[in-house]
Design a protein. Structure first.
Length: 451
């Protein structure tokens, strides 16, 4: 019982967003604000449409009739709509304005219908036959655009109460002749009223209102979950490379550990030479600041050429090209990215030294070859990773930079593949034939990308 009461309170008071993070609630509120603007434009379109039809259509009342309520009602409706629309564009509409708008719209419609018997000089029961009552459903449906069932319910209840008062006015305006009949033919062909038919209208209003409100409440639940998941996905995507995030979103099946694909890819490893020694003599804040600057400069360069950051390993960065998604230029992209990253690191180091700040040199290496890209871990923790000879060779070549006293290396096979894929070196590159690499069984022909 208590849970049901809380649910009703959340429904009518609008506290169904409690417990959600502030950024999620803000995103939902922004969505509601945009919906309110959309409602305003729809209301304006409805008012202008019916106003245009009224102006161009033949009039159904005598020309000498002293009272024409429709222009006045449309003017009031359009005036309030324009004010609300301007207000909604400038700032968030408070709840009281939305409540007032719903009540005003319905009240204006009921007064307009009520005035028809005066305009046409007929008994009060005359207005109960007016098809204008159907506009009630337009006003109820308009409130559904906001994804807030409270205003749909308010619109439906006000409409039902308004029509009930209209019926009450008919049966009490002339105590000597309530004009009530039980003959359907007489009801259809005269100003007599059939109470059952009028109550059917009220029931129809309430049933439609209830159906829309329930559907809207369920839709709002989906909206809340969608916004929450989208916001969470945006936050989580900051912890993944964009290519990995796209891979997860585009997956047709649940990603589980042990699934993977083998495809041609290039692997880039970057590392700061002497960082461990420097970190031992600097404060933690200075170390983290240095890492932050280093990553802020390197990552955009790698991503610009299509690289996906696989992981940060202390001062090391491992980036993949063509692993998450197939690429016909993976080797060329990786070589270009490494050259630009090393040049960017040189500029950064010179800037730091000019300011009297320590800054290690940055080494890099690239290797290409068949690479296994897949998910590892368990049900509670998954991670995409790359496995293959190219991954190992890239890591070993990065360490070989220190041995050779250079800044960037790649094996000759990768360099040739990059050129075949469209890479054109700006200058002749030094070749090293048959280099001995620690951890590699056979000699490797190398190309120095940056001295």
């Amino acid at each position: 019982m208590v849970s049901h009461l809380k649910g009703l309170r959340r429904f009518f008071v609008g506290t169904d967003l409690e417990g959600l993070p502030e950024r999620v609630r803000q995103a939902i509120s922004d969505q509601q604000d945009r919906s309110e603007i959309l409602i305003g434009w729809f209301q304006l379109a409805v008012g202008l449409t019916f106003g245009t039809l009224y102006l161009i259509s033949p009039k159904t009342f005598p020309a000498e009739s002293p009272f024409a309520p429709v222009p006045w009602a449309l003017s009031c409706y359009l005036g309030l709509t324009v004010v609300r629309l301007i207000w909604a564009h400038k700032s968030r509409l408070p709840t009281w304005t939305l409540t007032f708008s719903v009540i005003f719209d319905m009240a204006l419609l009921m007064v307009l219908i009520w005035s028809f018997h005066l305009q046409y000089d007929q008994p009060a029961s005359f207005y109960l036959k007016a098809p204008t009552l159907l506009y009630v459903f337009i006003f109820i449906a308009l409130r559904a655009l906001r994804f807030d069932a409270r205003f749909v319910v308010l619109a439906g209840v006000v409409a039902a109460l308004g029509w009930g008062l209209m019926i009450l006015y008919v049966v009490t305006s002339d105590p000597g002749d309530m004009m009530i009949t039980r003959d359907y033919v007489q009801y259809m062909t005269s100003n007599s009223i059939l109470l059952g038919a009028e109550f059917d209208k009220i029931i129809s209003i309430l049933v439609v209102t209830g159906i829309i409100a329930v559907a809207l409440q369920r839709a709002k639940g989906l909206l809340v979950r969608s916004v929450a998941e989208q916001t969470a996905a945006q936050e989580l995507s900051r912890f993944f490379a964009p290519a990995i995030a796209r891979k997860i979103k585009a997956s047709d099946h649940e990603i589980i550990a042990g699934t993977g694909e083998v495809r041609p890819a290039a692997i880039v490893n970057l590392d700061m030479r002497g960082f461990t020694l420097l970190a031992a003599h600097e404060t933690p804040d200075q170390v983290i600041r240095l890492l932050g600057e280093y990553q802020a400069r390197m990552v955009p360069v790698l991503q610009k050429h299509g690289g996906s950051i696989d992981k940060f390993l202390g001062d090391g960065i491992l980036a993949t090209f063509g692993a998450a998604f197939p690429s016909q230029t993976h080797a060329a992209d990786a070589v270009k990215a490494l050259e630009e990253a090393v040049e960017e690191a040189r500029i950064w180091r010179e800037d730091c030294l000019a300011k009297g700040r320590p800054c290690p040199e940055v080494n890099g290496a690239v290797a290409a070859g068949p690479t296994l890209f897949g998910a590892v871990g368990n049900e509670s923790r998954l991670e995409f990773t790359v496995i293959g000879d190219a991954v190992n060779l890239s890591a070993k070549l990065e360490k070989q930079n220190k041995v050779l006293g250079v800044r960037a290396l790649c094996d000759q096979a990768t360099f040739d593949q990059a050129r075949a894929q469209g890479y054109e070196p700006a200058e002749e590159k030094r070749q090293i034939a048959g280099a001995t690499i620690e951890g590699v069984e056979h000699p490797v022909d190398l190309t120095v990308l940056a001295e």
